[in-house]
Design a protein around this ligand. Structure first.
Ligand code: SF4
Length: 417
């Protein structure tokens, strides 16, 4: 707890805060950097043991420094993201799992969901069993496509054969909770090509699937190639067709589209990611990690913290004060309201008007009447009799633009005040 919160005393509203914490550890090293990647990553081939050990020690130091802000919370989930966490050795992963468990007690009921992102490769395949022994019980595997041409166009390091053997190794090691990543709307991808990817993905019977529409961020090689006219982005209508195609195929196979980009078999939603969508506390550690800090008297609408994306800056911040790494932003009421709508609309259950009113003092229609009417008129939004809001099937194809309108409305109000 920081000095300000200690002075105010803990204050937790059980209607909005589950009293738990999810921990995210960012492991930024990758074999090589993919041309569309906009994450905080560092190319390292191979990852030197001294670099690995130094980074792990940095994470442990940050955990010790930051845990006070999440004191008295039980651990709800643990997530190793990146980067490519699986290029770290299982002993490093075990040390970090142990450190997080000693920082936060876990509730005695059930196992803590512990996810590790892993890329298909022979090196990582050989480590899969050891990751399980280190405490990982869920793998998120960066398959992206089963088509070698597509993988090549995406600039991925692996090929489909390796993806298949990594999947087989994960099942053989006893992993019963696999999430597979799939990229769509990549350069030159056709609807038929996507269908073939979905055929093979379903043959592996994953418990969870995350889908990503390829985006061209300005500072990436793909972004620059797009600006120079050397690469063509998938047009909006084809991308919308692909979103519909994925939904039809996966729902037909028993998946639930519980968040706009995420599908799960019954009971297999990602607990960790749900914490961000439900605005619950998350402690993010490492390069470029984000934390969601809980609401309290000092920060009635919560706060978020963003760690430096550059390794030298992160280390310098750690050396200066490991309890205060990153930029802390207390959320204004307008930002919190915009986020509440944005995140709720991305979820299957949509926005509960009663819960929104309990937090913000009035129902969504009091703040967003014109945005609601415009989206309902276009057939993108459904407004229930109690004022609850959720996206229609058509709205789910354009979820980002619908949700962005609500955030923009609050941003205008915030700047105006
Ligand atoms: S493997 Fe993932 S994190 Fe690493 S560079 Fe590629 S997209 Fe980025």
């Amino acid at each position: 707890m920081d000095a300000e919160s200690a002075k105010q005393g803990p204050q937790r509203d059980g209607r909005f805060d589950d009293g738990k914490v999810g921990v995210y550890l960012h492991l930024p090293y990758c074999d090589r950097v993919c041309p569309y990647c906009d994450f905080a990553v560092i190319a390292a081939r191979p990852l030197e043991p001294a670099v690995e050990a130094r980074y792990v020690a940095g994470l442990q130091l940050e955990l010790e420094g930051r845990r006070k802000d999440f004191a008295d919370r039980t651990l709800s989930s643990l997530y190793f993201g990146g980067g490519t966490p699986s290029i770290f050795g299982p002993e490093s992963i075990r040390a970090l799992v142990d450190a997080v468990h000693s920082a936060f007690p876990s509730s005695p009921a059930g196992e803590i969901e512990t996810t590790l992102e892993l890329n298909p490769s022979t090196l990582e395949e050989a480590r899969v069993s050891a990751f399980r022994e280190a405490g990982v019980n869920r793998l998120s595997i960066g398959i992206q496509s089963f088509d070698d041409g597509q993988l090549k166009r995406l600039g991925r390091a692996h090929r489909a054969r390796v993806a298949r053997s990594t999947l087989a190794a994960a099942r053989a090691a006893g992993f019963e909770n696999l999430s597979l990543d799939l990229i769509f709307a990549g350069p030159g991808q056709t609807v038929t090509g996507l269908d073939r990817d979905l055929d093979e993905l379903l043959e592996w019977s994953p418990e969870h699937v995350s889908t990503y529409e390829l985006t061209f961020e300005a500072k990436t090689p793909f972004g620059r190639a797009l600006a120079a006219g050397k690469i063509e982005a998938c047009d909006e209508d084809r991308a919308a067709d692909m979103i519909g195609q994925i939904e039809t195929r996966l729902e037909g196979a028993g998946f639930e589209r519980y968040e706009i980009s995420n599908y799960a078999q019954p009971g297999r939603r990602s607990n960790h990611n749900a914490r961000y969508w439900q605005r619950q506390a998350v402690l993010g550690l490492g390069l470029g990690a984000h934390s969601t800090e809980a609401r309290g008297r000092a920060r009635p609408h919560g706060a978020r913290r963003a760690n430096p994306r550059e390794i030298g800056e992160w280390r310098a911040a750690l050396a200066m004060d490991p309890s205060a790494v990153g930029e802390l932003e207390s959320l204004s009421v307008q930002t919190a309201r915009g986020e509440a709508v944005f995140l709720a609309l991305r979820q299957r259950e949509g926005l509960d008007a009663g819960r929104f009113e309990a937090e913000f003092g009035a129902p969504p229609s009091a703040f967003f009447r014109s945005e609601i009417e415009a989206a309902v008129e276009r057939g993108w939004l459904i407004e229930g009799p109690e004022g609850d809001l959720r996206l229609s099937a058509q709205g789910r194809l354009f979820a980002d633009s619908v949700a962005a309108d609500f955030v923009a409305a609050e941003e205008i109000e915030r700047v105006g005040n």
